[in-house]
Design a protein around this ligand. Structure first.
Ligand code: GTP
Ligand code: MG
Length: 370
């Protein structure tokens, strides 16, 4: 069964150990700081301190204190979040660029497009699709490790002249492990050496049966260069999204994930995030991974300052204390003290991990020397 030491519990709530011991005594439990108590007792204590509990994973417990459950009435449709994956040079970036030019807002305002690792396309119908362009798919992997998926649909790009390659297989494994539906984009159809049927055949070996072979995985022939098949691909994505019935509650404190982040010379910490729930606002207090800060500005994928960002919207956050890791969760909290507590807790956890890592490394080194 899950247990937690009194010390750890006090740390997580940023409460005094004495106060926790007192609360336990009131409940008839006598424990010292180093003793462990079970999860149910801990939950009662947490509630006694006026926090809410949501048991997710060990790393998320302190985050869960902010947890709010959404009811079905609160839910509203949200755009799909799509990650483009595939083997090197099969045309992922070219396809993303081509799709991006289908954006009806593309010509607007002459905004210089910037790389924020994610962007949103608005189709003529008004439907929106969010695309993630995560180098090495770091965020994707990190989120998968947390048991949460950042993406709703994977578009797997396979070059028709090159076929299924090692990273194609890698991407298939990722998508399957994350239980995310795939759409196969057979790219470079303009090339004389294009062999789309060979791609379909090769995919069979990886237990992917495409629609044109009687299976249920969508396969769409495209050419990023000739801008062919793009509307079909977009239709396919929206169809898949419809099946998934993607929803989120926009009327709550925002939660989401960090796509990538960097230190900008002029602007300081810049974190590209994807809002997954709620609405993020300028002025909100955000904890992202082990960093926190008040949102000084929100910048969209066209470099425009915005006041709010709702579900599935990618946006840059300016104003964090440091650079959070790709894949780290972010959450809006009620005040600066709370943000500081969570961030300090996480900084401490990170250090513990590092120390543990060093000890483990030394252990293996000692073994090697022995
Ligand atoms: P990495 O990011 O390095 O993994 O590559 P990528 O998958 O993003 O491929 P990228 O878009 O950079 O394209 C690789 C090469 O293929 C470039 O020279 C593109 O011009 C070319 N290419 C991409 N799509 C097409 C296409 O539809 N037809 C043809 N003929 N060439 C294409
Ligand atoms: Mg690329």
């Amino acid at each position: 069964p899950e247990t937690i030491t009194v010390q750890e519990l006090a740390n997580r709530m940023a409460a005094r150990q004495g106060e926790v011991i007192k609360a336990l005594m009131k409940m008839g439990v006598m424990a010292t700081v180093t003793q462990s108590i079970d999860a149910d007792t801990a939950e009662l204590v947490v509630e006694e301190f006026g926090h809410r509990v949501r048991r997710v994973s060990e790393a998320d417990v302190e985050l869960g204190i902010e947890g709010v459950e959404d009811t079905t009435e609160d839910m509203q449709p949200r755009p799909p979040v799509v990650t483009i994956m595939g083997h090197v040079d099969h045309g992922k970036t070219s396809l993303l660029d081509a799709l991006r030019t289908t954006d009806v807002a593309a010509g607007e305002a002459g905004g210089i497009t910037q790389h924020i690792g994610a962007y949103q396309v608005t189709l003529e119908s008004g439907a929106k699709i969010t695309f993630l362009d995560t180098p090495g798919h770091e965020a994707f992997t990190a989120m998968r490790a947390r048991g949460a998926s950042i993406t709703d649909v994977v578009v797997l790009v396979v070059a028709a002249d090159d076929g299924v390659m090692p990273q194609t297989i890698e991407a298939i494994k990722h998508a399957k492990a994350a239980n995310v539906p795939m759409i196969i984009a057979i790219n470079k159809m303009d090339k004389p050496g294009a062999k789309p049927d060979r791609v379909r055949q090769d995919l069979l070996q990886h237990e992917i049966v495409v629609e044109s072979m009687g299976g249920d995985v969508m396969d769409i022939e495209v050419s990023a260069r000739q801008r062919m098949g793009l509307d079909k691909l977009e239709e396919g994505i929206l169809l898949q999204a419809e099946i998934l019935e993607l929803q989120a509650n926009p009327d709550r404190a925002a939660e989401g994930a960090v796509i990538e982040s960097r230190l900008d010379r002029g602007r300081g910490s810049v974190a590209s995030v994807l809002v997954q729930k709620g609405t993020l606002r300028k002025g909100d207090i955000v904890v992202a991974g082990a960093e926190w800060g008040r949102v000084r500005a929100l910048v969209d994928d066209r470099g425009r300052q915005v006041e709010v960002a709702g579900p599935s919207m990618p946006v840059e956050i300016l104003g964090l204390s440091g650079v959070p890791a790709a894949g780290a969760p972010f959450v809006v909290v009620e005040n600066e003290n709370r943000a500081r507590e969570i961030s300090e807790f996480r900084q401490r956890k990170l250090k513990e991990h590092q120390v543990a890592g060093q000890v483990a490394a030394r252990g293996t080194l000692d073994q090697m020397l022995a």
